[in-house]
Design a protein around this ligand. Sequence first.
Ligand SMILES: Nc1ncnc2c1ncn2[C@@H]1O[C@H](COP(=O)(O)OP(=O)(O)OP(=O)(O)O)[C@@H](O)[C@H]1O
Ligand SMILES: [Mg+2]
Length: 253
Amino acid sequence: MYMTDTPKDQVDALTARGVRKTYEAENAPVRALRGVDLVVPHGEFIALMGPSGCGKSTLLNLVAGLDTPDEGSIFVSGEEVTGRSEDDLARLRRRHIGIVFQFFNLLDGMTVLENVALPAVIAGRSRRAAESRARDLLDLLGIAEKAGAVPGVLSGGQRQRLAIARALANEPTLLLADEPTGALDSEGGLEIAELLGRLHEGGQTILLVTHDAGVAASAQRIVQMQDGRILGAAATDSPLATAAGSSGGPSGA
Ligand SMILES: Nc1ncnc2c1ncn2[C@@H]1O[C@H](COP(=O)(O)OP(=O)(O)OP(=O)(O)O)[C@@H](O)[C@H]1O
Ligand SMILES: [Mg+2]
């Protein structure tokens, strides 16, 4: 088959190489990231786990371009995140990144539908197109009947669904979720995990940070972090495990 001459860093949804970040704190500097390499291929769903303070949120923030690394490079869908102007970065973020946080950051003066439509309107789509896409997303996430409500009347799980719908408004290359189930009870958390699993089945690339092993189990691969470094990866389902284990491991089931 014909192969295009694509540079390596353009192949994957996310490529982070040698990423270091130190925060200047009052007493001693905090070395939050000490050389992180991470590749997330398109369509993969990775759960990032590790002790509090190991650098998970720092890494997500750098990937989202909300902060800049001291060293190393980050490419999202082949576009370098570092070293851009604010405007350029905002454009890249709108195109490629959807973010969901533990606390939902919703706009309470707007309806559910308007919350989801807003990012697409900001990105330049017509209100009609944006709202049509927003309705599809609310439908997909099972909260279509709340379209006209304000976020304040939703349950925690519904709010997180809304936050996810909003993050997907511009069909991002990469959905980043930093403890999206952290403010939910375990049942609500597992519902969100299941939902992320379904989005992944639909082709969405996801990088999820979670402390909850039950939530992480919905991912395809679990990556452990400790002390600002990535420890190693364990696959939770077959394709990568098979590839990794093909040299000498037991084959078949
Ligand atoms: N803006 C900041 N200024 C100073 N230190 C910071 C800043 N942000 C994070 N840190 C420090 O960097 C380290 C990594 O923090 P980070 O938030 O990435 O951890 P985390 O793995 O997300 O933890 P948690 O699981 O508790 O959310 C911590 O020691 C934290 O105190
Ligand atoms: Mg964190």
